[in-house]
Design a protein around this ligand. Structure first.
Ligand code: PAF
Length: 281
């Protein structure tokens, strides 16, 4: 695997690939890699000739400086995992390399997708995400970019950015990878004790409850029952639980057979913020 720390090195390398008409897949990450990230790479491999994984803990998407500081950075382990997974290129830039102008301004109209749910809880988060993802897209110019369904709202936001900026990039929405008990894999799980991991399973149970009842009960009733169930679970501090239409992420009251729906949930366990979701139809 080649490791590049500067934009120039990366671009010089990809230039040749482009001349040779090789398909490029990008997997943007913030490191602390786990099987969920590796599944993105496995998804990309058969669809591309060159897989580029980026590891960059992007400061502009953190609204809580403590969260940024505490973000795990097990770099040696990440490199070893990518080597085993046969990633072709790792892009590992510094903050200065990605943001040479520390006062750089960025704003994109995300049609309100950045103001609800995660966007409401973390003001500015999706502006920061689109800022860095746009930089990575411009740099790598991938044919395909892979993102995990676990950050469902993030994928909807990036799809929207692609439309606004008219970028010729296909987005792959890759399924959530769960542990054997159902806990969605996340870099943040490292901060949970065994007890916390067990308590966090309530999120998965509640999402399953919503899916199992999706067509048999009115949506507002399911939402109330699911919220009660989660609030009564040990160690769970619920932030939000919602049943939404997938593209607008507006809360749904009725089911339209032509639309898709997703249940979104966010809660704190042992003060670690966990998010999960499940597509319902
Ligand atoms: O999902 C993430 O890890 C990050 O939000 C991303 C897409 C790599 C942008 O920093």
């Amino acid at each position: 695997m080649r490791i590049f720390k500067t934009k120039k090195e990366l671009q010089d390398y990809l230039e040749t690939a482009r001349i040779n008409k090789q398909k490029i897949a990008l997997i943007p990450t913030m490191g602390a890699l786990h099987a969920g990230h590796i599944s993105l790479l496995d998804y990309a491999k058969p669809l591309s000739e060159i897989t580029v994984c980026s590891i960059f803990v992007n400061p502009t998407q953190f609204n809580d400086p403590k969260d940024l500081e505490k973000y795990p950075r097990p770099l040696e382990q990440d490199i070893a995992l990518l080597e085993v997974a046969k990633c072709d290129v790792l892009f590992l830039p510094s903050v200065e390399e990605m943001y040479p102008d520390p006062d750089e301004q960025w704003h994109i109209n995300l049609a309100g997708l950045d103001e609800i749910w995660e966007g409401e809880m973390r003001p500015g988060h999706f502006q920061g995400v689109t800022q860095v993802v746009y930089k990575l897209f411009s740099l790598v110019q991938p044919d395909i970019a892979c993102f995990g369904q676990k950050d469902f709202q993030q994928v909807m936001v990036i799809e929207h950015m692609i439309k606004v900026k008219q970028l010729p990039i296909t987005i792959a929405l890759c399924p959530i990878i769960r542990d054997e008990h159902g806990l969605a894999l996340s870099s943040r799980n490292m901060r949970l004790s065994e007890k916390g991991k067990h308590q966090a399973l309530a999120l998965f149970r509640t999402l399953q409850f919503i899916k199992n009842n999706f067509t048999s009960k009115p949506l507002h009733e399911i939402q109330i029952l699911a919220t009660e169930q989660l609030e009564a679970s040990d160690g769970i501090a619920l932030e939000y639980l919602a049943i939404c239409e997938t593209t607008t992420l507006q809360e749904a009251n009725t089911i339209d057979a032509n639309k898709k729906y997703v249940a979104l949930v966010t809660a704190r366990v042992e003060d670690v913020r966990l998010i999960d979701n499940m597509i319902l139809n």
